[in-house]
Write a protein that binds this ligand. Structure first.
Ligand code: NAD
Length: 356
């Protein structure tokens, strides 16, 4: 029987509440699909500051490195807002991504059929459903490039640099092509090659790489056009691959199309099999401890973990199906509509378990 070790970072705010539900679901999936899961809890974020003085203790890094995969809730909250920048809960988040070498961020923008009305886009634009995967480069580009401040003609000025090497582009490109192969074999590479040298290198490299993936239909799009196409005709996209900064912006735009922040999962992958899986939302301090947080983004993050790190695609599919089924009748308050039953965080977890 396969046995997986999962490092669990519940974090702050609603983090522990939603992760507990995701664990319930993972346990049920393990029982049903015949594998075992071992959990190893560790501290990250505000709870780590309270216990150890720092947001990312060495012990947490060691536990995550020793695990097959990492499940994270969310970090942060007003209690730690006055910490200096490098000791804030969010610094722990950046730190763990760096320590685990997570260079690829996968963000699905999915609309479940029962939630179609939650999207700000018109029903005819969305059609029956929407399912886009955005693959964002996470450890290069302008967020990590050379930067500085200087004086220009006596006036303060500043600069940041967008830099990518062929190695970095090939690495993220492969993740995206592999992803496209597992889905509908359509990849859109997004750049600004009409203006930026780094984008021209990006495009050349992706085109060269595409020769290894003859089955994937590759297209290119400028980032400004892509921002427009995502709201004009999102159904044209299957997988999108792009740089760190463009991906940051486009993935937020795409997630808004789905209409509910409590529904969206994400994965960050390294070059090995391991990855870090988390909902895209934060620690929601405004609703923490009330038992009303939506646990589905975290539950769907577990589905991504099963698919991309643990090679249990059937278990992943079963979770996604159970979530879709649950949404037909029950809703947490953030996605509640008339005609459905309002349920708590743990009731939602129980219902997904019962549908598995
Ligand atoms: P947030 O995502 O926590 O909350 C935004 C709004 O969405 C709030 O009204 C919240 O109640 C609601 N919401 C979020 N998740 C929900 C869920 N699962 N169910 C129901 N409603 C949900 O963003 P914020 O308020 O800007 O940030 C709060 C804290 O979280 C800050 O400290 C921030 O730095 C941190 N944060 C952490 C992460 C992370 O851990 N990855 C990401 C973003 C923000």
């Amino acid at each position: 029987m396969n046995k997986y070790k999962i490092a669990v970072l519940k974090g702050d705010g609603i983090g522990p509440e939603i992760v507990n539900e995701a664990i319930k679901v993972l346990n049920k999936t393990a029982e049903k699909f015949g594998f075992e899961v071992d959990y190893d809890e560790a501290l990250l974020g505000g709870c780590a500051i309270d216990a150890t003085g720092v947001p990312l203790p060495e012990e947490t890094i060691a536990k995550c490195k020793a695990a097959d995969s990492v499940l994270l809730g969310a970090v942060g909250g007003p209690k730690w807002d006055n910490q200096p920048g490098n000791n804030r809960p969010e610094a722990g988040l950046l730190g763990i991504r760096g320590a685990l070498g997570l260079f690829a961020n996968l963000r699905p923008a999915v609309i479940f059929e029962p939630l179609k009305n939650a999207s700000p886009l018109k029903a005819e634009i969305i059609g029956d459903s929407m399912d886009i995967m955005i693959v964002r480069e996470l450890t290069g580009g302008i967020y990590f490039g050379k930067r500085g401040k200087f004086e220009e003609d006596g006036v303060p000025a500043a600069y940041d640099t967008e830099k990518y090497s062929v190695t970095e582009i090939e690495r993220i490109g492969r993740v995206a092509f592999d992803m496209a192969m597992k889905r509908n074999k359509k990849l859109t590479s997004v750049d600004k090659a009409n203006v930026l040298d780094s984008s021209r290198l990006w495009r050349e490299t992706i085109i060269r790489l595409s020769k290894e993936y003859p089955e994937v239909e590759l297209s290119h799009m400028y980032v400004d056009n892509c921002a427009m196409q995502l709201v004009r005709n999102p159904k044209q996209f299957d997988v999108i691959v792009t740089s760190n900064i463009f991906g940051d912006i486009l993935s937020d735009e795409a997630s808004m199309i789905s209409g509910s922040i409590g529904m969206l999962a994400s994965a960050s992958l390294s070059s090995g099999k391991s990855g870090l899986y988390e909902p895209i939302h934060g620690s929601a301090p405004d609703i923490a401890g009330q038992g009303i947080a939506n646990p589905l983004a975290t539950i769907l993050s577990v589905a991504m973990m099963l698919r991309y790190s643990l090679d249990e695609p059937k278990a992943a599919e079963a979770i996604e199906k159970a979530v879709s089924e649950a949404l037909k009748t029950v809703r947490t308050p953030d996605i509640y509509t008339e005609g459905t039953k309002k349920v708590s965080t743990s009731e939602m977890g129980d219902i997904v378990v019962s549908l598995l």
